[in-house]
Design a protein around this ligand. Structure first.
Ligand code: FAD
Length: 348
């Protein structure tokens, strides 16, 4: 209840009261900023404005990392400042040096809120930083806000998605949260916008780091990470009846220059890999066009796709729940319609 929350907030220990500003950890992937970090800058800007504090991006990398270009991009997406830590030992992501440096930066500059993308790297880093700092972390948030007590209200699905819970970090700082890619919208870029650079002196010795990078192996399915950011996505559901019919989904996606995925039961049945699952426990997508074939439109699927600009549903049942939120509904057999659509687009 708000009353007891306010009472508990008064107990915030003295040492945390000087914590100020909103920080976003900027993830760099293959030399480029991961889009989720820019989405978080857009959200962080709103939180910082509500609190009347500064928004900063945190860049950590090796001496060859493109941190100058990244700083420009961070300012142009709304940050007032960029905190930079560079060191040879930070060339590639490893949990121990990265979490040590980010923890040291937090202890020195004392941000009130620290946000990270809920990517593989972000989840790994956020967990160890929060543990070392003995502070709270709300993982996989779908909504962030500042409440009347100036506390971060971090909302995430719980109990298998049947409830949304809002979590507060009351007695420690920083308040930390990870947010899934594509849940927040991308802020517009403001070319020429500039901010401050704050360098951080890194004290690390390679000998103190327990993990060593021996070599990198290329990702076998280099496309899989693209699904969340594809402009066109075609997905299949149980209505396709057999794993062989997933070829119709892949073929239409390919001819449209998009990516493909499916509903959760297809992963459970082994018809497709887990990283192609769309929905609450899979990927959140925001394509310009989403074609759902043989998918009923259960709430757990809907929450992952409702950010799409145009949803086209193909289903034999005119009462299927997907028609409640699809923009275009086609009552048809997807096993027949998908190849016909592929053929028609191929000819164009
Ligand atoms: P069904 O619900 O069986 O629907 C099949 C549809 O195909 C029906 O509407 C039918 O009318 C139609 N159909 C049949 N034949 C044809 C045909 N020839 N042509 C066209 N249409 C046809 N689900 C997800 O998708 N993503 C998630 O992330 C997810 N997370 C979950 C998390 C939890 C904790 C739980 C409990 C469930 C989760 N689910 C998730 C499962 C979800 O509740 C549904 O069970 C699932 O989305 C249903 O998948 P479906 O639409 O493919 O199958």
């Amino acid at each position: 209840a708000p009353a007891s929350r306010a009472a508990m907030k008064k107990e915030l220990p003295e040492r945390f009261r000087s914590y100020k500003n909103v920080w976003v950890f900027i993830e760099i992937e293959h030399g480029e900023i991961h889009p989720v970090s820019l989405e978080l800058l857009g959200e962080g800007r709103k939180l910082a404005d509500k609190l009347g504090v500064e928004l900063a991006g945190v860049l950590i990398g090796g001496e060859r990392a493109p941190l100058a270009e990244a700083s420009t991009e961070v300012w142009e997406h709304g940050a007032d400042a960029v905190y930079i830590a560079t060191h040879a030992a930070l060339e590639h992501y490893r949990n121990d040096p990265y979490s040590r440096v980010l923890t040291d930066m937090v202890n020195e500059f004392k941000p009130e809120i620290l946000l990270l993308g809920a990517t593989v790297l972000g989840r790994d880093l956020a967990g160890s930083v929060a543990t070392t700092l003995l502070t709270g972390l709300t993982a996989d948030c779908t909504e962030l806000a500042i409440d009347d007590d100036r506390c971060l209200a971090a909302t995430r699905p719980t109990f298998g998605g049947s409830l949304l819970c809002t979590i507060y970090t009351l007695n420690t700082r920083p308040q930390m949260a990870t947010v899934r890619p594509r849940v927040m919208s991308m802020p517009p870029r403001q070319p020429g916008r500039k901010g401050r650079t704050v360098p951080f002196r890194v004290s690390l010795r390679e000998d103190d780091i327990v993990t060593k990078v021996l070599r990198f192996l290329p990702d076998r399915d280099s496309n899989k990470a693209q699904l969340a950011y594809a402009d066109i996505v075609v997905a299949g559901g149980l209505g396709l009846k057999s794993p062989e019919n997933m070829q119709h989904v892949r073929a239409l996606a390919s001819v449209l220059g998009g990516d493909w995925g499916g509903s959760r039961p297809l992963v459970q049945k082994g018809w497709m890999p887990a990283d192609r699952q769309i929905g609450q426990t899979g990927k959140t997508i925001r394509p310009k066009l989403y074609i759902a074939a043989g998918i009923s439109g259960a709430i757990q699927h809907r929450v992952g796709v409702e950010g799409a600009d145009l949803i086209v549903a193909i289903n034999t049942d005119p009462q299927a729940p997907i028609f409640d939120f699809a923009h275009v509904g086609v009552v048809a057999d997807a096993i027949e319609l998908l190849p016909a659509l592929t053929e028609a687009f191929r000819k164009r």
